[in-house]
Design a protein around this ligand. Sequence first.
Ligand SMILES: *[C@@H]1O[C@H](CO)[C@@H](O)[C@H](O)[C@H]1NC(C)=O
Ligand SMILES: *[C@@H]1O[C@H](CO)[C@@H](O)[C@H](O)[C@H]1NC(C)=O
Ligand SMILES: *[C@@H]1O[C@H](CO)[C@@H](O)[C@H](O)[C@H]1NC(C)=O
Ligand SMILES: *[C@@H]1O[C@H](CO)[C@@H](O)[C@H](O)[C@H]1NC(C)=O
Length: 551
Amino acid sequence: MAVSISRKRSKPSRKLETKQSYFCFTFLYNFLNRISITLLLLILIYIWSSFSTIITGNIIHVCFASRKLNNLYCLSAGTNPSLEIPTSIAKNSFTPPLQIEANATQHGKFPTPSTPYTVTSRDVNYNDKDEEIANAVKVVEEQLQLHRSWRSDKNYAACDGRGIYVYDMPSMFNKDLVGQCRDMVPWQDFCRYFSNEGLGEPIANLGKGWYQTHQYSLELIFHSRVLKHPCRVYNENEAKLFYVPVYAGLDILRWHFKNVSNDVKDTLALELMKWLERQRPWKNNQGKDHVFVLGKISWDFRRTNESPWGSRLLELHKMQNSIKLLIERQPWHVNDIGIPHPTYFHPQSDNDIVSWQLKIIRSNRKNLVSFAGAARPEAKDNIRSMLIDQCTSSYNNGKCKFLNCSSAKCDEAESITQLFMESEFCMQPPGDSPTRKSVFDSLISGCIPVLFDPFTAYYQYPWHLPKDHDKYSVFIDKKEIKQMNVNVVERLSNISSRERENMRRFIVYELLPGLVYRDQNSELEKFQDAFDITINNLLQRVSILEASDKG
Ligand SMILES: *[C@@H]1O[C@H](CO)[C@@H](O)[C@H](O)[C@H]1NC(C)=O
Ligand SMILES: *[C@@H]1O[C@H](CO)[C@@H](O)[C@H](O)[C@H]1NC(C)=O
Ligand SMILES: *[C@@H]1O[C@H](CO)[C@@H](O)[C@H](O)[C@H]1NC(C)=O
Ligand SMILES: *[C@@H]1O[C@H](CO)[C@@H](O)[C@H](O)[C@H]1NC(C)=O
């Protein structure tokens, strides 16, 4: 069972100065079908935390660079089983914010964080590690199964005595952070994104219910919704579920691009712990009935000793019992649950949804496939460049449309939505982290997502996407792309129009209403949106846990 790991030290390299993040690591393992390098890194994390004895005596070496950091960082895990990886090699230093600003402006793109995700393999040996890999995947699938077992079949808010208590917290934990919108990141004024209770400014060109919503706005959106939820109670004794409206994603966002110490980045998280310790309901159940919505990816709250990126909020011992709803979960933490990234569409009525459904089902899709994204030239293992090559190759006769996000403004709702409405399929390769907001933008536009990594969606959103992913997506293993075994455009041409239409109907009629976050100031009668589904399932979980406590 031992994982054999070779020792390899990578030097900081000039080449890695740019904005991409990537990891490299060396160790022996065996490759299962569909198991990516990504998964393996995550498995290492899993093994460190859960199977510590297995790797006693071995050395694990993980290196990464990020767009925010000038150096290559290497993490070395020796016999220490904890996630607190002991050996520090590189000294942290920041890319000056001004340079990021220049690039961000130039690329019109929001830089994404370094995550322990995008992976480059070096000297990988394919040996017999089937068992660990299979175990790690099994654990993910068991967790998703558990999450799915909490799904409620109610299509209305069934309170049934299960009250939701929303803490009224000191403004330092939420409102004050919104108040810092002008200074959140150096190159952009966030204030306009925080208008309309987090929906941002309306986009008239796209019609009613469209807003310039920022991808990190979920904390505001959920908070304003939960305050109006019919199950909300004002007496904590009547509550079964406790909502903690802390905007922890905004908290760390304001530090990402500033040269501040780790202590500064953790200040609010530690204040939060102190504050929670004083709340009776928190102590009653050790936080088990508490829920947090975090509008950024899980890795942003799981800072390691080696990288200055993010806070340690989700690594704090006291945070382990509660439910954390995130746009990207850490796949081996059962209390991390993925919920849809917010899109630009926030319908104000059932009718808004129905007319949009009709519009996109009839849309003229003149491109077989499209890709809106930027290459990751420094991340050797990233398949984006290969996909761009395939997409733009004359061999594919213009069947693929590439929107170059290195030069075009890809965060503009109109251009993205139009492209996706004109495409049958939308390629969704991983970027700096496995998930992409673009997956949701494509589903909302009726474009069938083509996924290359199961962590992009399949292992993330148990409440909003069905287990049977063939119903709404096409999977092409990124390993096949790397080995140049597959022409994506050709593979997609082979899918019959009947199959496409079946998938599209499923996406548009079955999934779409449950993937949007409606306008907080309106009501839907017929449809349950992404928020309703989330709350119903949280309430269902309360009942199931209560029943099992009694039984
Ligand atoms: C900014 O872009 C330039 C050229 O495109 C690149 O050399 C530099 O490393 C980039 N810096 C950052 C912080 O992304
Ligand atoms: C960051 O702050 C530290 C301590 O104040 C300082 O030594 C360092 O030069 C700063 N780095 C940058 C890139 O500004
Ligand atoms: C995308 O744009 C960048 C920056 O303008 C350019 O360097 C690159 O060649 C473009 N890619 C393609 C495939 O056109
Ligand atoms: C597409 O279908 C043809 C005929 O069935 C087959 O020969 C070819 O290998 C298929 N191509 C891909 C990429 O699946």
